[in-house]
Write a protein that binds this ligand. Structure first.
Ligand code: NDP
Ligand code: HSE
Length: 429
């Protein structure tokens, strides 16, 4: 059998593990595929800095490598360019692509899918969402006969690591972020993690597959964790909750008028919820489908070896397709559901206020909530000398109503400060 020729673009945290595993498991992979795999080149920015792979494989000419005689291009460079051009060129030349690049897929997925469709090449990206966890293929293939209604999960290892450490050890934000970068979890620019861009890209990919609708990163409401403070964490604890950065993709509205809602934000989650115990860089995703009911996927969501595992799974799949002379399942966006704006999405909220401690304060605050039709589920007040901390938990309310409520509450003379506003997830409204 002729070898399947593979070009590797990138040899950093993930790419170096891919090269290592290809070298160690080459014979097994050949047996599984039905043809040997030959790594023909590795493109990097600075070839002189890579001692972990064979020097004769390294090149700084990624475009030349892609244009050479290869069957499969594996991209783990990250970012938009040059990855976008390299992958479009590969697909147009009928070279199958395996990528871990969620930022690229969430922004330019449509162009990549179109190029793959036109040439008949495969485009696989299991590693782009939740590291080692098989999630893309179960959604796209195993659940293709069902109707998925909700996907909710922790899909960013870096922020989960930071929030877990802040909660369990009281460690500071900056030091845990540094450690997440050192451990290889964070993106090259870690603001992509902490500001929620990485999770938003993954949410867009998940929603697209789950709801057969093209969702891009700009359709996703996004809030990061940089404003989460130790006092938020303490407030969550007092409520029996922990704070997690959640990605939530939902099918909302009545049949015939369905929309999708896709959002990423920190939320207080009851400690009894299974996602609350997901610590460190682990990821977990709940999928709710009409016939299947609830499914949960759990595992290592970041790091070189776990991500390389998902990439190699895709590599074996597309190589098998090549050997068999076929192609794998395509993307499907036939449903084309509209995206519901965040203002119309309902959730519960936890609002923490510093207020004057005197008669009538609670009534005046409650009056503002009533004016905007935001129903209060619970109130807790702790007095201090001259002022008090007032914590309000609401029933589910539309985001626009809650924002108007907070704006008006802020104007009350008896309210000294709106200390924090955070969504509460995982319980009934
Ligand atoms: P790294 O920053 O560790 O590695 C990037 C690699 O790409 C480096 O080898 C770099 O070369 C090379 N590179 C950068 N620019 C170019 C260029 N213009 N031409 C050729 N090579 C280039 O990133 P990661 O390995 O962490 O991530 C790679 C991808 O995998 C990203 O899309 C990321 O989102 C995704 N991913 C990462 C996970 C993780 O846990 N790290 C998990 C899941 C997905 P050089 O080394 O010479 O600078
Ligand atoms: N930076 C990402 C994370 C890598 O922390 O989850 C995995 O996609």
């Amino acid at each position: 059998m002729n070898p399947i020729k593979v070009a590797l673009l990138g040899c950093g945290t993930v790419g170096s593990e891919i090269a290592r595993l290809l070298d160690h498991h080459g014979e097994d992979l050949a047996a599984r595929i039905g043809a040997p795999v030959e790594l023909t080149g590795i493109a990097v920015r600075r070839p002189d800095r890579h001692r972990e792979v064979r020097a004769d494989l390294l090149t700084a000419d990624a475009a030349g490598l892609v244009a050479s005689d290869v069957d499969i291009v594996v991209e783990v460079i990250g970012g938009i360019e040059p990855a976008r051009t390299l992958l479009l060129d590969s697909l147009r030349a009928n070279k199958s692509v395996v990528t871990a690049n969620k930022a690229l897929l969430a922004e330019h997925g449509a162009d990549l899918y179109a190029a793959a469709d036109a040439s008949g090449a495969d485009l696989y990206f299991e590693a782009a969402v939740a590291g080692a966890i098989p999630l893309v293929r179960p959604l796209r293939e195993s659940l293709a006969g069902d109707r998925i209604t909700r996907v909710m999960g922790i899909v960013n290892g870096t922020t989960n690591y930071i929030l877990s450490e802040m909660d369990s050890t009281g460690a500071g934000y900056a030091e845990t972020l540094e450690e997440a970068s050192r451990l290889g979890y964070a993106e090259a620019d870690p603001t992509a993690d902490v500001d929620g861009y990485d999770a938003a890209s993954k949410a867009a990919i998940l929603a697209s597959i789950a709801f057969h609708t093209r969702v891009t990163a700009s359709d996703v409401h996004r809030e990061g964790i940089s404003s989460v403070t130790p006092s938020d964490i303490a407030a969550a604890r007092a409520l029996g909750c922990t704070i997690k950065l959640l990605a939530i993709c939902e099918r909302v509205g009545e049949p015939g008028e369905e929309h999708v809602s896709v959002r990423v934000h920190p939320a207080m989650l009851s400690k009894s919820h299974p996602l609350a115990s997901v610590g460190g860089a682990f990821n977990a995703v709940f999928v709710q489908a009409d016939a299947a009911g609830q499914l949960m996927f759990y595992g290592q969501g970041a790091g070189g070896a776990p991500t390389a595992s998902a990439v190699l799974g895709d590599l074996v799949a597309v190589a098998r397709n090549r050997v068999a002379g076929g192609r794998g399942p395509r993307e499907s966006a036939y449903a084309a559901l509209p995206v519901r704006p965040i203002g119309k999405v309902s959730t519960r909220y936890h609002i923490s206020l510093d207020v004057a401690d005197r008669a009538g304060v609670l009534a005046s605050v409650a009056e503002v909530f009533a004016k905007h039709d935001v129903s209060i589920a619970a109130v807790r007040q702790e007095g201090r000398v001259g002022d008090a901390s007032l914590v309000i938990v609401t029933h589910a309310a539309p985001d626009h109503a809650l924002q108007s409520t907070v704006d008006d509450v802020r104007q009350l003379a008896v309210v000294h400060d709106v200390v924090s506003v955070m969504r509460v997830e995982g319980e009934q409204s």
